[in-house]
Design a protein around this ligand. Structure first.
Ligand code: CA
Length: 531
């Protein structure tokens, strides 16, 4: 790692009139850059400086987009912070370009493989995990108790099983379950149960009196989706009844009876999971969810462009990549509808944006509610600037499909390419919805720093700055800050990430979040009323 010795700013586009300070610790007033520009005040690292005089009312441009309008005259060399900018209004969803961009087809990338667990429905797991589905929060404590015992007493006997996870959540009762939007949390929970990393094994712990009855969570036919299998000797039987332990069942006398029943049920599933082996599969079996959180002004300069490069490599290899975070793409909707591969896909994106606009409107806010104090401290003035840096995670491929919150890729016939999976930007809700979509690997970029991790899939974390990568050396898996340091190119870090993804997917490497067992809760997106 080299520390920059010369003062340096990074400009994203030739027509930009602001740039960000690259140096650790920022730069002092009086600093002179190579082109002769002099700072008239201290500018923190990652924050913007005016490259030219910006008269009051003029557009402040970054990423070749107006990220705001100057509220007063800003002389060249000034610190351009959020209090000096008026945010542009959101573009309406009318008259958007539909599938007009037609990017050049990308050359296929052949020959890359990983070692994964093949599932009968054609998906591939990167881990071999027993998941215990819960219908309601009431049973969480009991399931937690049982999972601890299963890990201590049963798991050591099944060396091919990586882990046991209780799918605990806050939904299931005390909710308006017949409200139209209740379909979102219900299908999310159902589809998480069917995530490729759980091998098609389904076991459920229910309380008994809850609104979300097991049969409502898994109506007839839903488990059969996972059982369109070519190898009937493995896994769940299509005709088998749903495997449910019901705590209120009259059979249970005392707490230990419940625990014994959960453990006995788990044993059957552990035996089947343990019989599975990793096989060499093409890289096209990867289903990668990309996300950012705790973003700073470097997110859109280093980590997100490197992820975008890796996204293009994955798409070229025939894999599936999901990008999400509706409030962070809303301001770039015209770029995205232009990039859709068909007008129908562009229309589906517009539908998702309109639904979310209405959802925010009901709460008397707009997409600007997204930015955090940390984002602003990190140099991001507003959601427009944040969005431009967030969208670059999606690389340059055409958008070949759209999922509504909680929907599953394969159910909609989406097996490859770049997919827009509509989710809130909230880290844990986005991750939960990408799990439901069928993600088997998660890539997460951060500038401010977050220890985010999931029990269900490996999470590779990419730091945007060398300073963060140095301080959080045992939490960050890749340092994209080397791009700003001049030590690596976007392509270098993109390839490094691509290779790391194959290693992690194969189980040959663990991410730091896996190493420390850092597991964030599943947070179901419930836009419907609670009661
Ligand atoms: Ca996020």
């Amino acid at each position: 790692m080299t520390r920059l010795s010369k003062p340096l700013f990074i400009r994203m586009h030739a027509s930009d009139n602001v740039a960000i300070v690259a140096n650790d610790g920022g730069l002092k007033a009086g600093t002179v850059f190579a082109d002769g520009l002099q700072l008239c005040e201290q500018v923190p690292q990652g924050h913007k400086l005016a490259l030219i005089d910006l008269p009051k009312g003029s557009a402040v441009r970054r990423y070749n987009v107006a990220i705001g309008y100057a509220l007063k005259d800003i002389p060249a060399g000034s610190w351009v912070h959020e209090r000096l900018l008026e945010m542009p209004t959101a573009r309406t969803l009318d008259n958007l370009p539909l599938a007009t961009l037609r990017p050049e087809p990308m050359a296929p990338l052949a020959g890359y493989t990983f070692e994964g667990y093949r599932n009968a429905d054609g998906t591939v797991g990167t881990r071999n995990i027993l998941a215990i589905t819960t219908t309601v929060q009431c049973v969480a404590g009991v399931v937690d108790f049982a999972v601890k015992r299963i890990k201590a007493e049963l798991l050591p006997r099944f060396p091919n099983v990586d882990d046991v996870v209780g799918l605990e959540h806050s939904y299931g009762c005390g909710v308006a379950i017949d409200a139209p939007d209740a379909i979102i949390p219900i299908r999310t929970l159902r589809n998480i149960t069917l995530n490729p990393n759980f091998g098609g094994e389904v076991m459920v712990v229910s309380l008994g009196c809850e609104k979300l009855q097991p049969e409502r969570l898994f109506p007839p036919g839903t488990i059969a989706i996972v059982d369109e299998r070519h190898a009937p000797d493995v896994g769940h039987n299509v005709d088998a009844p749903l495997d449910v332990v019901c705590l209120q069942s009259e059979n249970h006398i005392g707490f230990m009876s419940m625990i014994d029943a959960i453990m006995a049920t788990a044993l059957v599933h552990l035996e089947r999971l343990n019989a599975r082996r990793r096989e060499t599969v093409p890289a096209s079996a990867l289903v990668v969810g990309v996300q950012c959180g705790g973003s700073d002004a470097f997110s859109g300069v280093t980590a997100n462009p490197a992820v975008g490069f890796a996204t293009d490599l994955l798409v070229r290899a025939g894999a599936t990549v999901m990008f999400s975070e509706t409030t962070e793409v809303r301001d770039g909707i015209d770029q995205l509808t232009a990039r859709a591969s068909t007008p129908e896909i562009a229309q589906a994106m517009i539908r998702e944006m309109a639904w979310y606009d209405a959802y925010l409107h009901k709460g008397l806010v707009d997409r600007s509610a997204n930015t955090t104090p940390g984002n602003k401290k990190g140099g991001l003035s507003n959601i427009v600037e944040k969005a431009m840096g967030s969208i670059v995670k999606s690389g340059s491929a055409p958008i070949s499909g759209v999922l509504s919150p909680g929907e599953k890729l394969r159910q909609k016939g989406l097996m490859q390419g770049l997919i827009y999976a509509a989710t809130p930007a909230s880290d844990f809700i986005c991750g939960t919805l990408q799990l439901a979509a069928g993600m088997n690997l998660h890539v997460f970029t951060t500038g401010r720093g977050t220890p985010y991790g999931l029990a269900e899939v490996p999470v590779i974390k990419v730091a945007t700055r060398t300073d963060l990568a140095r301080r959080w050396h045992d939490l960050m898996d890749i340092n994209a800050g080397r791009i700003a340091d001049g030590d690596a190119s976007i392509a270098d870090v993109g390839w490094e990430l691509f290779h790391l993804m194959l290693e992690v997917a194969s189980g040959r490497k663990k991410t730091w979040a896996e190493h420390w067992k850092l597991h964030n809760a599943l947070v179901l997106f419930n836009p419907a009323p609670v009661t």
